[in-house]
Design a protein around this ligand. Structure first.
Ligand code: SAM
Length: 224
C-alpha cells in the first residue's frame, strides 16, 4: 500500500510516521508513505497556494491548480492496473471507521490523502478529479472541527496500515482478532497502593485457569 499525502505542513507528519510500528512497516516495505508539499506545485515566487473564497467571507481556501498538479504528479508514477483512491478530508465527510480501514487495506494499492487548511479546498476538485478518472471521496474522522487534515491523514494511515498483514507483530494481531478491542489489561504489581487505597488485579487473571480467563476476557470485549 502506498500513501501519498498532500499537505502544506509535511514536517507535522514526519516524526509520527517514522516511529514505532509504522516506521518498522516502512522499513519492511509493507507500506510506503510519501509527503508532497503543495507549495512545490506553484510557480510564483510567493508559493501562494490559497486565495479568498468567491462570494466573500473571512478566511482563505486552497486553490485548485496546485492540487491538480500535485495529484497528476503523484498518479503518473502509479503502476498500471493498480487500485487507487483520493481522499479529501473535511469535517462534513463520511465518518471513517475501522470497517472502512479494513476494506481499504484489502482493496487499494494507492491512497492520496489531501489535507485541507483554513476554509478548506476549492469545491471543483472532486469534479475535476473524477473527469481525470480518479476515484475521489470525502471523509471525516469525527464530529469535531480540526485546524487541518494532517491529523486525519495520520489517523487513516495508522488504522489502515495495522490491517495490512505483517504490519502488527504476530502476538498483537492474534490477540485483537481473537478477542476484539476494549479488553482490560493489567500488569505487575498485583496490588497497587495509592492514597492509602489498594487496587487489585482481578482474581480470575491470577487463577491460572485458562478457560475462565478466556471467558472473562470475551465477556469484556468490544466487537469491531
Ligand atoms: N469550514 C471548513 C469546512 O467546513 O470544511 C472547515 C475547514 S477546517 C478548519 C480545515 C481543514 O481541516 C479541512 O479542510 C479538513 O481538511 C480538516 N478537517 C477538520 N476537521 C476535520 C475532521 N473532523 N475530519 C477530517 N478532516 C478535518
Amino acid at each position: 500500500m502506498k500513501f501519498d499525502i498532500i499537505t502544506i505542513f509535511p514536517q507535522i507528519l514526519d516524526s509520527y510516521l517514522s516511529e514505532s510500528i509504522l516506521g518498522r512497516a516502512q522499513k519492511q516495505k509493507l507500506v510506503e508513505i510519501k509527503t508532497h508539499n503543495l507549495r512545490d506545485f506553484v510557480k510564483d515566487k510567493y508559493k501562494k497556494i490559497d486565495d479568498k473564497p468567491y462570494g466573500g467571507g473571512a478566511g482563505m481556501a486552497f486553490k485548485i491548480e496546485p492540487l491538480i498538479k500535485a495529484i497528476q504528479s503523484i498518479t503518473k508514477s502509479y503502476k498500471p492496473k493498480t487500485e487507487s483512491l483520493a481522499i479529501i478530508f473535511t469535517p462534513a465527510g463520511k465518518q471513517f471507521d475501522n470497517k472502512t480501514a479494513a476494506q481499504f487495506a484489502k482493496k487499494y494499492d494507492n491512497l492520496i490523502l489531501i489535507c485541507g487548511r483554513y476554509e478548506g479546498i476549492d469545491a471543483r476538485l472532486e469534479k475535476v478529479a473524477k473527469n481525470l478518472k480518479l476515484k475521489i471521496e470525502n471523509f471525516s474522522i469525527g464530529p469535531y472541527v480540526l485546524t487541518g487534515g494532517e491529523l486525519p491523514a495520520m489517523v487513516l494511515i495508522d488504522s489502515i496500515s495495522r490491517q495490512i498483514p505483517g504490519v502488527l507483530g504476530k502476538d498483537e494481531s492474534i490477540e485483537e482478532k481473537r478477542l476484539g478491542v476494549g479488553v482490560p489489561v493489567y500488569t505487575r504489581p498485583e496490588t497497587f497502593v495509592c492514597g492509602g487505597k489498594k487496587y487489585n488485579v482481578p482474581k480470575v487473571l491470577l487463577s491460572g485457569n485458562h478457560k475462565e480467563i478466556e471467558k472473562w476476557r470475551l465477556s469484556k470485549r468490544v466487537k469491531n
